[in-house]
Design a protein around this ligand. Sequence first.
Ligand SMILES: Cc1cc2nc3c(=O)[nH]c(=O)nc-3n(C[C@H](O)[C@H](O)[C@H](O)COP(=O)(O)OP(=O)(O)OC[C@H]3O[C@@H](n4cnc5c(N)ncnc54)[C@H](O)[C@@H]3O)c2cc1C
Length: 328
Amino acid sequence: MVSGIGPEDKLQSLGIPVIAALSGVGANFSDQPGFGIGYPVNVSKQHQLYSNATYAAEAQETFVQNQTGPLTAFGSNYIAWEHFPESTYANLSSAARAELSNFPADWPDIQYILSGVGIVSNMTGNYIAVGVNLMKATSRGCLTINSTDTAVNPVVDVNWLATSTDQQVAVTGVRRARVFADSFGVISGPEVLPGPSVQSYADILAYIKEAAGPSHHVVGTCKMGKPQDPGAVVDTQCRVLGGIFGLRVVDASTMPLLPPGQPMATVYMLAEKFAVNILSGSSMETAYCIGYFTPGGSLWSRTRTALVSSHDKIMLLLLLLLFQQEVV
Ligand SMILES: Cc1cc2nc3c(=O)[nH]c(=O)nc-3n(C[C@H](O)[C@H](O)[C@H](O)COP(=O)(O)OP(=O)(O)OC[C@H]3O[C@@H](n4cnc5c(N)ncnc54)[C@H](O)[C@@H]3O)c2cc1C
């Protein structure tokens, strides 16, 4: 945006010369918001690193001496994905079911992350958290700027859980996580977060809104799409639209939709694919400018960028033949 590519109104409001008016820059901000429920357990967990200074010191010593022990593990070592069973889907509104049916049949609704650290860090003892992350989040936020200085942080509106569908899936996720946790066999007491008294839809949703945080899996703010899509920023070769020549965005921001799970592998795939395409020249760009004088005497001109393909070459030849001397 600071370079002049983005929503026209925003750029103009900051006095940035508009090089390409692309309203999709910064829009379609997508993450997999998450929250967790917590339980005491009767097994030793890394949670004690927060609350037990002796345990933390021993863990540090073990790691320094032998490179073993609790500090060798990330803490959230088990991940599971669930596509809700049909009986669970039946409890969602028909509008939510219709919206969710837009996803492929094997796309999970929820990712559960079992964690031995974090969620109740101010409590002594052993605790686990079952993290619940939305894999089909339908809410979209946005990212923008309020300064022409790149040292000033951008402004982000995450807009999580804005849709009724997301809210219903989130509440259902907590209820499913409770069933899941009941089967562990290591739970040693009542749920500590949000707690057994939090049972109604409204109470669970209020807890979720309070507890929700990022997955740090943001995508979508320079989304790939067809040129006729007003929200698209890059084409299918990651080339920036809007008449820009020779500029690509190849990173997570180009994913129009956040794949379920962790995005890093998809980022690697994207980078490798377009590195190969660029090096092999299979998606090279060409640019040409056509201009002719209208009967009124004014100059009409257009700049075009396109793939170097036989189709493009034929189109160029046709244009030249049609306009003949008028072509400048
Ligand atoms: C805390 C955290 C944990 C995560 N855990 C996982 C995980 O377990 N698994 C997983 O799959 N994904 C994980 N992710 C997500 C994953 O890291 C991102 O999806 C991925 O890194 C995005 O890749 P990217 O190339 O789009 O952007 P980035 O990896 O952010 O790369 C952008 C690069 O551009 C550089 N840069 C920025 N501005 C400029 C500038 N002006 N000039 C030059 N360089 C610049 C930055 O320094 C950075 O190196 C995690 C993310 C976070 C934040």
